[in-house]
Design a protein around this ligand. Structure first.
Ligand SMILES: [Zn+2]
Length: 105
């Protein structure tokens, strides 16, 4: 059930970005099966972006979700990894992994 909902949401987002429905369906069906145990349960956002979003700011004048308004980059640091807001040039969060390697998906 969640898997199917997730596939529909993925296809809708790709179609919104200009991909044909057929290409979106082919692309999503080529992805590995969604592992619900690794699904995001709480999204992380820049507080300044969230405030702007709540105040009605948008990137292009069209109402958008916090996800679409976000302008984040994520990368490894010497101690862990960091989420950085490109719009506000500020740290959103830094996760210290204590030098442990964690596998990617
Ligand atoms: Zn921001």
């Amino acid at each position: 059930m969640n898997h199917q909902h997730s596939d529909v949401a993925r296809m809708d987002r790709l179609i919104d970005r200009g991909m044909s429905a057929e290409d979106a369906r082919d692309y999503v069906s080529s992805l590995p099966e969604f592992d619900a145990s690794m699904a995001i349960t709480t999204f992380m956002h820049c507080g300044k972006c969230l405030k702007e979003h709540q105040d009605g700011f948008t990137t292009d004048g069209v109402p958008q979700s916090p996800r679409d308004y976000a302008s984040l980059e994520i990368g490894y640091t010497k101690r862990g990894f960091q989420v950085w807001c490109k719009r506000h040039e500020c740290n959103v969060v830094h996760i210290d992994l204590e030098a442990h390697q964690h596998p990617a998906v």
